[in-house]
Design a protein around this ligand. Structure first.
Ligand code: MLT
Length: 261
């Protein structure tokens, strides 16, 4: 589906009916990260799956911030007509956005799923890497990022078909959108102080072999968020929603069934 939101053409999908669950993908991915959730969760939930600004089929802008990503999501919920609080599921960069969404639109959040993500801001050396990578992407294309990330995304045993599919999705990302997202991540605030303020049911989920945001990041968040649950999915990497979609969907369903009457 298409919508003109906050001045840009936005692509998103909606599936199912019931409690709304907003799925926020990572960098530089697309709503397709969540496709395996449709057959597993759309029986009792409304799944809202956008392509973020500058990724997938959503228009890019030269500049972007975590606040803009979060406000795009709020505008999308308004466009779709969602009036009740939603469950926000954020993977990696989607988790960084989920923290910002929680701070800016607290009244819209019913529960949180923080997947393969971290709360800390980037240290200075990573900021420098992001700045250099953004310049290279603008000069040479998104393949720079796709080639650099592909081996970090998946556990060693992940099927070649998955690697190929996601390499192609990353290569096809808009260089302008990828560079803007790198800048947004480099400038994001540290969310550690937000953790004790999270007063909604929260699941922290991570792949056992996640090489980008390893289980110790998940354990740190789990310890600091009141009453959070932790799920470590064995034998998968950073792309847990596509590497083991059944375990991921089961964990989400379990926490939502318990938390939401
Ligand atoms: C992601 O998967 O969204 C990114 O790898 C996160 C990051 O680069 O910090």
């Amino acid at each position: 589906m298409k919508a003109h939101i906050n001045g840009i053409d936005f692509h998103y999908e909606v599936h199912g009916a019931g409690q709304a669950v907003l799925f926020v993908h990572g960098f530089p991915l697309s709503h397709r990260l969540w496709t395996p959730m449709v057959e597993r969760l759309s029986d009792v939930y409304t799944l809202i799956m956008p392509d973020l600004r500058g990724m997938g089929q959503t228009e890019a802008t030269e500049t972007c911030t975590m606040a803009m990503f979060a406000d795009d999501l709020k505008a999308l919920l308004d466009h779709v007509g969602v009036t009740e609080p939603v469950v926000v599921v954020g993977m990696s960069m989607g988790g960084y956005i989920a923290f910002e969404f929680f701070r800016r639109h607290r009244q819209c959040v019913r529960a949180l799923v923080l997947a393969d993500t971290r709360c800390q801001a980037d240290p200075p050396e990573i900021v420098q890497v992001r700045v250099k990578t953004a310049a290279r992407v603008l000069a040479e294309g998104s393949k720079v990022v796709a080639d650099g990330m592909i081996d970090l995304l998946f556990a060693p045993g992940a099927p070649e078909t998955l690697r190929k599919e996601w390499h192609e999705i990353m290569v096809a990302s808009s260089p302008v959108g990828v560079a803007a997202a790198l800048d947004a991540m480099a400038k994001r605030v540290d969310s550690t102080a937000t953790l004790p303020q999270i007063d909604v049911p929260t699941l922290v989920v991570v792949g056992e072999n996640d090489a980008i945001t390893p289980p110790r990041d998940a354990e740190f968040m789990h310890a600091a968020i009141p009453n959070a649950r932790l799920e470590i999915i064995p034998e998968v990497g950073h792309m847990s929603p596509v590497e083991n979609p059944q375990r991921f969907a089961d964990a989400v369903r379990r926490v939502l069934t318990d938390a939401i009457a």
